[in-house]
Design a protein around this ligand. Structure first.
Ligand code: AMP
Length: 300
């Protein structure tokens, strides 16, 4: 048994850039009864990405990881050009994690008909990031659909860190009838609570220190939530944590975790979502809030 595991890890990682060959490899593995897991990324890999790979490796026989900085999900003024691309280090990490195949396609392979095509998802794509980054989720839905065509895996693994994105992906998959299981994995955080993100590398040391306001605010909102406070009070606690560290708040809200609309039931479940700007860098984070008891003030 030990020898088998060692042998599996000794198998060199396949590097693929060509969609047709990638698809054929996945279909070949599945036709041999192997369960294939897929982790789409934009690279600049960190422990959050590694946790998705580990979850995929646990649930599947083979893991495919894509590294593709998707141009259609960046607005012209955003950081597409300067997005970090440390490919050699990324591939080294994937190899150490025992990944079976890394897929690193050029832009024209993913978009053979050009960049104009867009899937509009609606619903949970509309608020929050949908308002601040118009067109972003159309780009995400479009690239994920295309990647699922190229990598027809059994399951795909996404991070709860990008909560709204997981809802967008699930809705796109349901609308398009794509036969793939979507698995959402917990957010991996730094020691001080900051959610790991490739964009954390943009932060100056001073901004990195201030960024802890996001998880602090989420913890404050969760404490209010658990104490039975009104949603508006818990949202205010979140906003104040950003204010206290001079972070410009794009949004701070407690909403339904599936629709991202107002809570139908004040007991929840809910999710607290937040986005803040530190200089030129935007950070997002969220925290699921469990069902709670609320004080019935009318009866009090
Ligand atoms: P990205 O490379 O930023 O497109 O992210 C690729 C995948 O990794 C997405 O599903 C993200 O939600 C996920 N991810 C990013 N950061 C984290 C984190 N800190 N914890 C867990 N998953 C993450």
């Amino acid at each position: 048994m030990q020898a088998d595991i060692a042998a599996a890890h000794a198998m060199p990682m396949r590097l693929e850039t060509e969609p047709a060959r990638m698809t054929a490899a996945v279909l070949a593995a599945r036709s041999q009864g192997r369960r294939v897991g897929f982790v789409p990324t934009m690279g600049a890999l960190h422990a959050g990405h590694a946790s998705l790979v580990e979850a995929a490796a646990k649930a599947c026989d083979d893991v495919v990881v894509s590294i593709f900085v998707n141009p259609t999900q960046f607005a012209p003024h955003e950081d597409f050009a300067r997005y970090p691309r440390p490919l050699a280090a990324d591939l080294g990490l994937l190899e150490r994690l025992g990944v079976r195949c890394a897929f690193t396609p050029p832009v024209e392979a993913v978009y053979p008909r050009g960049l104009a095509e867009r899937i509009e998802v609606g619903g949970p794509a509309e608020p929050f990031e949908g308002v601040v980054r118009p067109g972003h989720f159309a780009g995400v839905a479009t690239v994920v659909k295309r990647l699922f065509e190229i990598v027809p895996a059994d399951a795909a693994f996404f991070g709860a860190k990008d909560w709204q994105q997981t809802l967008v992906v699930k809705r796109m998959v349901a609308a398009c009838g794509i036969p793939i299981e979507i698995v959402v994995c917990p957010t991996v955080r730094e020691a001080d609570g900051l959610a790991m993100s490739s964009r954390n590398a943009y932060l100056s040391p001073a901004d990195r220190a201030r960024a802890v306001a996001l998880p602090e605010g989420l913890a404050a909102a969760a404490a209010c939530w658990e104490a039975g406070a009104d949603v508006a009070v818990a949202e205010q606690a979140l906003r104040e944590a950003l204010d206290a560290r001079g972070i410009a708040c794009d949004y701070a809200a407690i909403v339904d975790p599936e629709s991202l609309g107002p809570l139908a039931d004040p007991r929840g479940p809910a999710v607290a979502v937040v986005a803040g700007r530190l200089g030129a860098t935007r950070l997002i984070d969220n925290r699921p809030l469990p069902v709670r008891r609320v004080v019935d003030r009318a009866a009090g």
